[in-house]
Design a protein around this ligand. Structure first.
Ligand code: AMP
Ligand code: MN
Ligand code: MN
Length: 350
């Protein structure tokens, strides 16, 4: 096990929360289930104790909760970033690997008198005054659960909903980092009465009809480059604004495309370029384990984990791809025999 959070830091965090009259929460932009779920869980826990103002937000403009997460209890606890105090006395960030991942709220974090950083990205430099960062945690939700326990707040169904959403999202529905601790935590959450089948349907098994055509277009133009990623193979594709225009689909529907592309047996690394409404490319990269995609993503201004990382670029795809190929060229493991079918034998193994 890699390093965890020091006991004294949990104590300092709980002490700061106990004394605060106002607590400001923020998760990373374009929030996923771990970011928003963790933040809402802690918002519920802080609200349950009463006696102080809780402000929860994320720095997107326009401020919109992704459709897929609108089933979460507690959206009424959210306010737009414009309502955020300019100089928070106490602020907590969720699942943000660096301060710029807070978007419009990055400056607020920099100005906060006390900043608790709750995160599980190894690339996190520790930008808080109290860093609750554990790269061994499967999700920020694990750390949010520990914080709630440390505060002595009993789990409610609403708290559990946020934490469970974070766990399901970041473990790929218990496929990755699926440790005994993760399952013990899931068991505790389910014991509050939540229905796992409902969460699976909401988080994993739904999409608007137009998604089928978008997926078809994106998969249809996927490119396999067996010689790339140190000879282990690279597969990549794009999802453009035009792909979304036909079905009037929001950007967030592009997030799941990587889960199809990364199936590719012949490629160790999968990459999807997703074009947002403002023409930027948000890039998702996944590795089966032998190539560190976080290292490449960090070098390109992004972040993430060794097997799941991303970055954002305004460069044309061919240029960004050229830089990515160079960065992916040095895998951590031994090089395969050049004539061997890349990754074929190990496909699916983690
Ligand atoms: P995604 O591909 O969006 O599911 O993200 C995979 C991982 O990479 C997550 O841990 C994200 O936090 C991280 N990540 C994705 N995009 C960025 C970005 N633009 N900057 C920093 N980290 C990112
Ligand atoms: Mn996240
Ligand atoms: Mn996460």
């Amino acid at each position: 096990m890699t390093r965890g959070v020091r006991d004294e830091d949990w104590d300092r965090a709980v002490g700061a929360l106990d004394q605060a009259g106002e607590i400001c929460l923020a998760c990373h932009v374009r929030p996923d289930g771990d970011a928003l779920g963790s933040m809402l869980a802690v918002a519920h826990a802080l609200t349950a104790r009463g006696g102080r103002r809780v402000i929860a937000s994320f720095g997107d403009q326009p401020f919109k909760v992704p459709r897929i997460l609108r089933f979460l209890p507690g959206l009424d606890l959210l306010s737009p970033p414009q309502a955020y105090p300019e100089r928070p006395r106490l602020m907590i960030t969720f699942d943000a690997s660096s301060v710029d991942r807070l978007g419009l709220l990055a400056g607020h974090a920099t100005r906060a008198a006390e900043l608790i950083v709750l995160d599980h990205h190894a690339s996190n430099p520790g930008f808080g005054t109290i860093d609750l960062i554990d790269p061994a945690a499967a999700a920020t939700a694990v750390l949010a659960g520990q914080l709630i326990d440390a505060m002595g707040v009993p789990l409610t169904a609403a708290i559990a909903a946020g934490l469970y959403t974070g766990l399901v999202t970041d473990t790929g529905s218990f496929r990755f980092s699926s440790t005994p601790q993760v399952h013990r935590m899931a068991a505790r959450l389910i014991e509050t009465g939540l229905d796992p089948a409902f969460f699976a349907r909401e988080l994993l098994d739904r999409a608007p009809f137009g998604y089928l055509h978008l997926l078809s277009a994106a998969l249809g133009r996927a490119v396999l480059e067996p010689g790339q990623a140190g000879g282990y193979g690279l597969v990549w594709t794009t999802v453009t604004r035009e792909d979304r225009a036909a079905g009037r689909l929001p950007y967030e529907v592009t997030e799941d495309v990587i889960d199809e592309v990364r199936r590719t047996d012949e490629a160790e690394v999968a990459v999807v370029f997703k074009e947002s409404d403002d023409g930027l490319w948000h890039v998702s990269a996944r590795s089966k384990g032998r190539v560190d995609v976080a290292r490449a993503a960090v070098a390109l201004g992004g972040g993430g984990h060794s097997q799941a990382a991303g970055f954002t670029t305004d460069e044309p795809v061919p240029d960004a791809l050229a830089r990515l190929r160079v960065l992916l060229a040095v895998p951590d493991g031994p090089r395969p025999v050049p004539s061997a079918p890349a990754g074929a034998a190990e496909a699916g193994g983690r």
